[in-house]
Ligand binder design. Structure first.
Ligand SMILES: N[C@@H](CCC(=O)N[C@@H](CS)C(=O)NCC(=O)O)C(=O)O
Length: 338
């Protein structure tokens, strides 16, 4: 689990270990968890970048009908993620009040704590996996029988080496780099992380100055993973995590790239800036003791023209964009750009 929240503060260096529960749901069910419609529930927080990968990928692939989703309250308490946004504070499908209950059904006193995203087996109420690194790759490659018609190939076999290489740098310096900067407990550790964040972002901007997407000319898993950090950048990482050499909105290439994705069905329609801001600024009391949530930044810019289509590219390859967000899953107005 992440050395996140207060657990990180006792250490000199922020470290993130691999997720503890790493079972996989596969097409052939070889590990005991076969892909099946209506069998699993995806538990997320819209605040969490690791969970948001799964939310976006589920939308792009059209898994909504087969894999239902529970959205936790962005504010955790001492029992971690809660279903306080649901009637009676209970997830209507799993019947539990805390995600911890699904973890505890899997293992008493679960090692690594309780994190999102989590995939839960509905019949037994037990956690299957919290391995966010593998989960979306499995959505793309193992859950194909349940994809919508026209679903894109987010992890094309002939591009995997390149996708993996790009994602490794994005993970190390960007996805996780902002956390290393934000939770650093020493000046040097912070500076090293912050320098790496911006060095990598500059390389990525260079790459994206002449091509619309990170790998090939279509959307892939790599774009999803970069997007989830970029969309949080000015709202939380720039201020709260002190990644403030520049704002996303000050980098013409990355800002246009991020807006392009935001305006693509399946990306921006999953983003809840209200959940994002309240989670980071209120939960990480070690780095924001007052819990005050800033009013800015202005979100209007996310909807402005990006002109990235002039670079060509076929967002969904031979496929098509996903349809509208199912009514029960729409982000509330306070979380969206006006
Ligand atoms: N399972 C991943 C973590 C994904 C993650 O860090 N999720 C955060 C939210 S962004 C979480 O649930 N943290 C639990 C906590 O801090 O209590 C890991 O092991 O590193």
């Amino acid at each position: 689990m992440a050395g996140e929240g207060n657990s990180a503060y006792g250490h000199r260096k922020f470290t993130r270990s691999r997720s503890h529960f790493r079972d996989r749901v596969t097409a052939d069910g070889r590990g005991g968890w076969p892909v099946a419609a209506d069998r699993y529930r995806l538990v997320v927080s819209r605040a969490c970048p690791w969970a948001s990968r799964a939310v976006i990928s589920r939308r792009l692939l059209g898994l909504e009908d087969a894999l239902s989703m529970a959205v936790a309250d962005p504010i955790q308490d001492d029992r971690s993620w809660r279903f306080t946004l649901d009637p009676d504070g209970r997830d209507p499908v799993l019947g539990i009040r805390f995600l911890a209950e699904a973890y505890e059904r899997r293992e008493a006193d679960p090692a690594g704590g309780v994190s999102v995203p989590a995939l839960v087996d509905i019949p037994s109420g037990r956690l299957v996996t919290n391995d966010y690194q593998q989960l979306t790759l499995d959505f793309a490659t193992e859950w194909t029988a349940l994809h919508r018609p026209g679903a894109p190939d987010l992890y094309p076999a002939d591009r995997r080496d390149e996708i993996d290489e790009v994602m490794a740098g994005v993970y190390e310096d960007v996805n996780n780099g902002v956390y290393r900067a934000g939770f650093a407990s020493g000046q040097r550790e912070y500076e090293e992380a912050c320098v790496a964040v911006f060095r990598r972002l500059e390389l990525l901007a260079e790459r994206l100055s002449g091509q619309r997407y990170l790998v090939g000319d279509t959307l892939t898993e790599a774009d999803i993973r970069l997007f989830t950090t970029l969309v949080r950048f000015d709202a939380v990482y720039h201020g709260h995590f002190k990644c403030n050499r520049w704002k996303l909105a000050e980098n013409p290439v990355l800002w246009a790239y991020a807006r392009d994705l935001f305006q693509t069905p399946g990306f921006g329609d999953t983003v809840d800036f209200d959940h994002i801001k309240r989670h980071y600024y209120q939960v990480h009391s070690g780095i924001n003791p007052t819990g005050i949530v800033p009013l800015g930044p202005d979100l209007g810019g996310w909807l402005s023209p990006h002109h990235r289509q002039e670079l060509g590219g076929r967002p969904f390859g031979d496929g098509t964009p996903p349809g509208p967000v199912p009514p029960g899953e729409r982000v509330a107005p306070e979380g969206r750009p006006a």
